[in-house]
Each structure stands twice: as structure tokens, then as C-alpha cells.
Unconditional design. Structure first.
Length: 389
């Protein structure tokens, strides 16, 4: 909610600078379809355009909006701008026997057979102002209350957002700057293949929340990566956007994967129900330095690098024997890049219930030495350990 609120506020300000207009924010009540119809009538629109949704809730809303608007004489046009490949059009050819169904390799070959992604278009030189200016049914971003801060008993505001706001630039300019710094000569891309495992994220891009919420287009990332010869520097990074598409392809096939095991015979797995152990994991108080540092970074900034996510996930399910569902819920609650497809795909695989089960474990002491060889990352997030060598 914080990221959505901040990025929308930034976009609204940018529209005023570029085009001299305000964004009309609508409350989807009594339904999204009815709110859009009321707005379309007021401004005289005959067509509503949208980016195609690939998550379960978004698909439901898109279908409802399309039916209701078409019944009232308004067209809905949707376009894939969110994924590199339209996963509704991906079909696997398993005759080649390139890996198991639903895993990365056959999906990669299927994506490689698709046309190359289109290059992003330039922003429009101007936008037509809605008839009558701001619609009467529109509200301000503040009125929508997307990110309401809690109030203490004494009436003061509990601003939990401050450390996250300090850690991120919520603008499109910030998104582009982060991406281009990574691709620049001497940037993270040149070290990604060898150093992406480091906990301090010094060799990774940190662009996942920008992709998640549309401040960066996946097509922009693809073409800038291509221009930077990313495939030559790191085959792993080059394939990251395909992994992202794979998560949504799996979600399309298994729409209940956010809560239920894809491998249904694992539904009877006996998990540890120790709420105290779960709470200590959430708060970064397990006594394992790398796990605790990662979980505290997550709480403070809303993010941690992929390999640290893997360590804390495996610690929860392998060593504490606590259900992957609990971990997925906490990540979805705390990550600024919380993704309805990537998050459950990762946690399903960590919990051995997913299509591509992780056939390894990552002991937090052993991987602490590998991922934080200087100890600086751990000392930053676990200051009680600063005096240790």
C-alpha cells in the first residue's frame, strides 16, 4: 500500500508538470465496473483501455468490467504491458523432453519461440484533458486512504513508513536511475554472475518493486539489458524476466497456489504450530546472524536480496518446520515488491510443494560466511554483534 500510494502521488505530480492535468482517482465501489462506467459517462469516453491483469483477482475484475461495460455500450481494450511474454499464449512442447513440465527450461524454450518484445513507445507529447476537468466522481489520493497510518491511543500518528521511505525513491526517475546504474560500466551487471549471492546486494539491480508496480516496464528493462550486452555478462540476469513470466504462467495453471500446495499430496504435511518460533523468525530474533539480519532488513526497508530470501525461507521450513504458507503471508505483508505470483512460487518450491522443488538446503551458518564474508551486513542489521570479530 505504501509503494502504491507514493508512486501514484509521484505520477500525479508528473502529469501536472508534463500535461497540466490531474489524475482522476476512482473508488471501486459499489464495483470497479460501475465506477468506470460512471466516470466514462461523465467524461464522454467510449473506450476504456487497461493493462491486462495476470493475477487471480485482476483477471476476475477484468472479466467483470468487460462484461458490464460492453453491456452498456462501452468497449474495454486490454494490452499486455506487465509481462515480457503473454503467458496466456505460451504453450509448452514437451516432446523435446527439455526438463520437467512447469519448470524453467521448457518454459524458456517456449518463450524463445515467441516474437521479440516490442520496444517501448515514447511518452505522448500531450494528453487530452477530460471534458469538464476533474470528474465529480473522482477523489483525491488522500481520500482513497490507500496507506492510512495507525493512530496511537494518545492521538499521535505511528509513522512506520519512515525507514522504508528513506530507503527508496518512489519516482519513475528513480526507477530508471537504479536500472541504468546497474547496467553502467563498472555497475552491478559486470559482477552479477560472480557476486549476486552477496547479502549486501552490491551486485544486484534492486529494481523489483519498480517492475512490480509499473514504474519500470519489463520491455524497457529487456531492451536496455540488450543494449548493455547483459546476456554476455550474465546469462542468469538475462533470464530473470522469463522467471517472472514463469511465475504468472504457473499462477494461471494453479490459481490456488497462494494458499494450497501445487503438489496436493503434500496437503497432509505435519507442520510445527509454534507461534513463538514463528514470531521470533519474523522479528529476526532466532539467534542465527544471517537469518536475523535478513529479517530485520526486510522489516526496515521492505526488501532483501534473493539469496537472503532463500536462506530465511529454508530456515523457516527446513529447520523450524513451519509451513511455507506462514512465510509467504509474512513476505506478502512486508515486501515492497510483494508479488502475487513470484512470492508463492518461491515459497512453494522452498516448502517442497511446488512444481520445481528446491533439492538443496542452505545452512545459515555456512552461507553466512559465503554471503557476508566481511560480516558488515550482519553487523549493520544486528548491532548487538558489532563487537564480535
Amino acid at each position: 500500500a505504501l509503494w502504491i500510494h507514493r508512486s501514484l502521488a509521484s505520477l500525479d505530480a508528473a502529469y501536472r508538470r508534463w500535461y497540466g492535468i490531474d489524475i482522476n482517482f476512482l473508488r471501486g465501489k459499489p464495483s470497479t465496473a460501475e465506477a468506470l462506467f460512471e466516470f466514462a459517462q461523465e467524461v464522454g469516453a467510449k473506450t476504456v483501455a487497461t493493462s491486462t491483469a495476470y493475477d487471480v483477482g485482476g483477471r476476475t475484475v477484468d472479466g467483470d468490467v468487460r462484461r458490464q461495460l460492453q453491456a452498456k455500450g462501452i468497449a474495454l481494450e486490454s494490452f499486455n504491458s506487465f509481462l515480457l511474454n503473454d503467458v496466456d499464449k505460451i504453450s509448452l512442447d514437451m516432446d523435446d523432453r527439455r526438463g520437467a513440465f512447469g519448470t524453467f527450461v521448457p518454459f524458456l524454450f517456449a518463450c524463445n519461440s515467441q516474437p521479440a518484445p516490442q520496444k517501448p513507445q515514447a511518452e505522448p507529447a500531450k494528453l487530452i484533458k477530460p471534458r469538464g476537468g476533474k470528474a465529480s466522481c473522482a477523489e483525491s489520493l488522500e481520500q482513497l486512504g490507500i496507506c492510512k497510518l495507525p493512530i496511537r491511543k494518545d492521538g499521535t500518528v505511528l509513522d512506520w513508513t519512515a525507514p522504508i521511505v528513506k530507503s527508496w525513491d518512489f519516482t519513475e526517475e528513480g526507477a530508471l536511475a537504479a536500472m541504468r546504474a546497474f547496467f553502467a560500466e563498472g555497475g552491478g551487471l559486470s559482477r552479477y554472475e560472480s557476486d549476486r549471492h552477496l547479502a549486501d546486494a552490491s551486485a544486484v539491480a534492486r529494481i523489483s518493486p519498480y517492475l512490480r508496480f509499473g514504474l519500470l516496464s519489463c520491455r524497457t528493462v529487456y531492451w536496455e539489458a540488450k543494449a548493455a550486452n547483459a546476456k554476455e555478462f550474465s546469462k542468469t540476469f538475462w533470464q530473470r524476466l522469463v522467471w517472472r513470466d514463469l511465475a504468472y504462467w504457473q499462477l494461471r495453471l494453479f490459481p490456488t497456489m497462494t494458499e494450497e500446495p501445487i503438489r496436493s499430496h503434500y496437503a497432509g504435511q505435519k507442520w510445527n504450530a509454534d507461534s513463538k518460533a514463528l514470531d521470533l523468525w519474523r522479528k529476526g530474533r532466532t539467534g542465527y546472524p544471517l537469518v536475523d539480519a535478513g529479517m530485520r532488513e526486510l522489516w526496515a526497508t521492505g526488501w532483501m536480496t534473493q539469496n537472503v530470501r532463500m536462506v530465511v525461507a529454508l530456515f523457516l521450513v527446513e529447520y523450524l518446520n513451519i509451513s511455507w504458507v506462514q512465510g509467504a503471508h509474512w513476505f506478502h505483508h512486508t515486501l515492497v515488491d510483494a508479488d502475487p505470483a513470484i512470492n508463492p512460487m518461491m515459497w512453494q518450491n522452498a516448502g517442497k510443494t511446488g512444481v520445481d522443488q528446491w533439492n538443496f538446503t542452505m545452512h545459515p551458518a555456512e552461507f553466512g560466511r559465503r554471503m557476508d564474508p566481511s560480516g558488515e551486513y550482519t553487523r549493520r542489521w544486528c548491532p548487538e554483534l558489532r563487537s564480535l570479530p
